[in-house]
Structures are given as C-alpha cells and as structure tokens.
Design a protein around this ligand. Sequence first.
Ligand code: F6P
Length: 346
Amino acid sequence: MPEIKKIGVLTGGGDSSGLNAAIRGVVMRAADYGYEVLGIHDGWAGLINGDAALLSIDDVREILSHGGTILGTSRTNPFKKEEDVVKCIENVKKLGLDAVVAIGGDDTLGVANKLSQRGVPCVGVPKTMDNDVSGTDYCIGFDTAVTVAVDAVERLRDTARSHRRIMVLEVMGRDAGWVALVTAMAGGADWVLIPEVEPDFDAMCDHLLKLRAAGKPYGVVVVSEGVNIPGLAEEPSGETDAFGHVRLGLRGVGHIVGNEIEKRTGIQTRVAVVGHIQRGGSPTVTDRFYATRLGMAAVDLVSRGEFGKMPAFAGGEIRVVDLATAVGKTKLVPESLYEEAVALFK
Ligand code: F6P
C-alpha cells in the first residue's frame, strides 16, 4: 500500500451543480485518513502551471449548497502537447502529491486515465450534466440540470396553453439525449428529439395536429442540442475546443425545429433555449447526496491504492470501475427507454 500524505483535487470540463459537494466530500474524507488536500485550480491547467492551494475543512464547510466549483474549471487538455504532460508529471512531484482526484466528464476522466498510465496516481469522479459517462448510472450535475429543465417545461406549458401555441425547449446534451429524454418524460412534454434517434418531423407534426384536433391546441417539444438533423452543418464557425468538440449551441437546432413545426402545421410556435441555466444554481438533494458520496468514495480508493479507477453508481450502490473501460464511449439512451417516452405522447 502506498504511503499517502497529500492529495490533489481538481474539477475539469464544463461545470455543473454538485461539484462543490464532491470537493467537500473529498476534503472531509481525506481528514479521516490524515491526508492534506491541495485544491488544483482551473482543471488540468492548474496542474500544468502548478497552480494549487491547500484546502481545509473550514474552506469547504459551507460550500455544499453552492453552484459552480470553488476550484474553477477549464477544458484544458494536457495531451495536446507532450510538454504539458511532462509539466503535469513534474508538478505532481513538486507539489508533493501522492494522488490526484479528478472530477469531470469523459474528457477529464480520459486525461486521468492517460496520466495514470504514465505513472501519476489518479482517481476519477464522474461528473457531467449530460449523464453520459459509461460505467455509472449517475453523473454529478445531471439531476440539477433536468430539474431546471423540467421547471422550464412547466413554465412553457403555461404560456403555450394561454396562446394555443407550440413551445420548443432546446436543452443541453452533447452526444447523448439523457437530459432531453428525462426532461420530456418528467415534464410531460408532447414530443422529444434526441441525438440517438433521427428526427421524424412528419410523425411529430402529425401528432401535434392530432392533439389540436382532439381539443389540446398547445404543446411542448423538447429538443436536445445534439440532435442530428440531416443536412445541418456541425457548427457554423467550425471552432473546436481542446478535446475536439464543436459548440453545439451555435447550431440553433431549437429554432430550426420550431420553424419546421410552424411551417408544416401552421400552429404558432416559439422557441426557448435553457442552455447554461441548467449548469448553475444550488444543487438538488440528489446531486448533493451522490456527489458527496462519490467524493468520499474517491478518497477511499486512494487509501487502498486503487488508481486508474473511479467510484460509480450502478444498481443503487457504489461500485469501482476502471477508468480505461469507462472513458471513450458515450453512454447512450437505450432504444427501449426512448420507446417508453414515445408511448406517453398521446
Ligand atoms: O459537456 C457538458 C455541456 O454542458 C454540454 O451539454 C454542452 O454542449 C457543453 O457542455 C457546453 O460547453 P460550454 O460551457 O463550453 O459552452
């Protein structure tokens, strides 16, 4: 068993509610083992630059209910340049870190996995409002994101009813439709479009017209920003981040879908984009509870010398998953769940 005295913790990728709860879980559990904790700033950028500061229990006592991340975050990818990987490895030594806990989605966890293979003892914690990390049923931030989006659906339904309109809500979710699907099912929407399923505009518009004919002249349609509309360019500027992702929000799929509905059905249609509102604010109870436990479980893994792994929720309990098997494959919405959602469109 390695002797551990000091661990680092960082948050990488897009922020989401519950990150501070996880950081607090890490610091609290570390105290049980007598570890010092260094908070690494701005994701992997902080490790490249050696930018970190001690985190005490007092620093994290009050952060459980706060949105964002007290450590800052970035989409920095050290593996874009070998010299940055070398800097990370050197700074782990310089800062005296015996382990690094990296809280993030597939990109951040992918870096943790590669650094583990280069001898840096890393443990991951799954976080992304997209909820698409493989090997875990839950990712930090998802519950808050869908809670915000369901609230938006309910507000939009009120105004849709008043004006006898269709309201389209575009939600985040890059490669997987979890946010859109759960928002639609939990919000009682009238249709959903997700990246996993090619949109069927005929079926959607027929359904909206049937509802109108049956005496419900309004409705809400939830659209994932990542939905694949044939003929639509990936992103207008072609700009990508350090992990090669385009900014899907710029495609404006909500407006494209809204225009299509109005054109085909003749029903007045308006569009709202919930966007980054889903990522901020006080985390839900679910995000606080699970994020805290994942942060604590990550330190337990460190104490057992189980590096290159992450704690995950599967089947209602915490399990240990190899980062190597979790990263690089998006957890998609299964067809059977999409069919369940469709069965509700009546
Ligand atoms: O990956 C999480 C996510 O919220 C995606 O749903 C979204 O496409 C992306 O981040 C937005 O990133 P940014 O905050 O960099 O615009």
